[in-house]
Design a protein around this ligand. Structure first.
Ligand code: UGA
Length: 459
């Protein structure tokens, strides 16, 4: 006999980043969670309580919830959905060649789940999908006894468990309000703000949030350019703007721009999706272009600082992951920067505290080393790409003793410029004054150099 749908039993399809973190968090909160994962290695890791991804605290939590029996990794859909009241779809929606979200994994997961799921269960789409997808899945479903909702996720890599335990908001959208409420009860406590709405709005909350934050970053990056041209300091400008509570200081850190598995994919998908509805979302097109330009501007600063040629010059790159506290290399700015530097003839030696294993297959010709002091040995210039705290604490006296040159380009405006110039270095940033050089016209030289770096497409 098919077991009844029970909301204490949750099935999560996909042990990727979102699926795994959500599974661990719900298991910690006392639900019985089953994760359906087709990849045998990944499934074995989860079953052993070992996280296949780097996320602070996840290893400890996984081993605890596996040991307590609250989380199980299963192979088949029938084992996963048996008795589940809520089935969460957390599979990938990678970009197609023209920027659309590829929904094939979502469709396959939903089809398989529908064949096995108990009557009265809810299918919650957690994968990021274009507006109208959840409604179309519901309309096309042969199982009218199964409701569909959109359940966008707002986890940030590096602080995902904290975000899950204390969500700033829970958004659930769907046409069946009872189903929406059941899913909304999964996360947060009595004080959590919950927005219950239709599924298309929930889909656009997710895209809109990521696209807005990405645009905010591109805006401050344009301001950083203007700071260079006018002699202002972007950190003061961002601090001052951020003091307005309507603006806020977060996501106003100028630098190499946004990467990762979400912003680049989601901004493009929203822009493409708007295009299908006849809208040219100009703001997003500009945000994408500014973001790509930031990588070229960083490369140009190294080129300019080394006298206009990188041929045979040694450049140490500090940080490869798309942001600190993750080993995620998806759409990492470092990949574009290293490619540009190597195209211009530089010899790149790169380092990262945790991402080297993931970076190796993506940067096959680049020398990757564990120790930052090894990376800088013999270097003509250092370029900081990811603001890992360990790089802020470098002993610049020791760095310059090992380097051949003195140039430091800070792609995240996170280093102490005085510590660098105090040891005889030249400090170049993204929107702050260059230090350690005789005064020049701010910005003009690096603007000229930007033009000489070939555009490198996102993707
Ligand atoms: C992002 C969103 O912040 C999450 O809310 C969302 O759930 C997630 O995408 C998702 O869709 O799954 P995440 O990709 O982990 O989370 O990274 P963020 O912390 O948002 O950073 C994105 C990028 O922007 C990084 O490359 C970061 O270096 C860059 N960034 C961030 C800046 O360049 N400047 C800033 O001020 C902030």
């Amino acid at each position: 006999m098919t077991p009844q749908a029970d909301d204490q039993v949750i099935c999560i399809i996909g042990a990727g980043y979102v699926g795994l973190v959500t599974a661990a968090g719900l298991a910690e909160a006392g639900r019985q969670v089953k994760v359906v994962e087709v990849d045998a290695d990944r499934r074995a890791a989860v079953a052993a309580g070992i996280s296949p991804i780097f996320e602070p605290g996840l290893d400890e939590l996984l081993s605890a919830v596996v040991a307590s029996g609250h989380l199980r990794a299963v192979e088949t859909m029938s084992a996963g959905v048996a008795g589940a009241g809520i089935v969460i779809v957390a599979v990938g929606t990678p970009p197609t060649h023209d920027g659309e979200a590829d929904l094939s994994q979502v469709r396959q997961a939903v089809d398989q789940a529908l064949g096995e799921v108990a009557p009265g269960a809810v299918i919650a789409i957690k994968s990021t999908v274009p507006p109208g997808t959840t409604r179309a899945l519901a309309r096309g479903s042969s199982r009218k006894d199964v409701a569909f909702v959109m359940f966008p996720e707002f986890l940030r890599e590096g602080s995902a468990l904290e975000d899950l335990r204390h969500p700033s908001r829970v958004v659930v959208g769907g046409e069946d309000m009872a189903a929406v409420r059941r899913v909304a009860a999964l996360l947060g406590g009595p004080d959590t703000t919950r927005l219950l709405c239709d599924s298309v709005s929930a889909e656009l909350v997710k895209y809109g949030s990521n696209a807005f934050l990405a645009t905010k970053i591109s805006f401050i990056n344009e301001m950083a350019q203007l700071c260079e041209l006018t002699g202002a300091d972007i950190e003061h400008v961002a601090d001052g703007m951020g003091l307005d509570p309507r603006i806020g200081r977060s996501f106003l850190s100028a630098g190499l721009g946004w990467g990762g598995s979400c912003f680049p994919k989601d901004v493009r998908a929203l822009e493409t999706s708007a295009g299908y509805h006849g809208q040219s979302f100009w703001l997003l097109k500009a945000a994408i272009e500014v973001n790509s330009q930031q990588r070229r501007r960083f490369t140009a600063k190294l080129l300019q600082g080394l006298g206009g040629s990188l041929e045979g010059r040694r450049v140490a790159i500090l940080g490869l992951a798309f942001k600190p506290f993750t080993d995620d290399m998806r759409q990492a700015p470092a990949l574009e920067v290293v490619r540009q530097l190597e195209d211009l003839g530089a010899i790149v030696v790169a380092t990262d505290p945790v991402a080297l294993a993931r970076a190796r297959p993506l940067l096959p010709g680049t020398s990757l080393v564990d120790d930052p002091y090894d990376a800088v040995t013999g270097a003509d210039a250092v370029g900081l790409v990811t603001e890992w705290p360990v790089y802020r604490e470098l002993d610049w006296g020791r760095v310059f003793a090992q380097m051949r040159g003195r140039l430091v380009v800070d792609g995240r405006n996170c280093l102490d410029s005085r510590a660098i110039t105090g040891r005889g270095g030249i400090y170049v940033s993204m929107g702050r004054r260059t230090r350690g050089l005789p005064e020049t016209t701010p910005g003009s030289a690096s603007e000229a150099a930007t033009a000489s770096v070939p555009p490198v497409p996102l993707g």
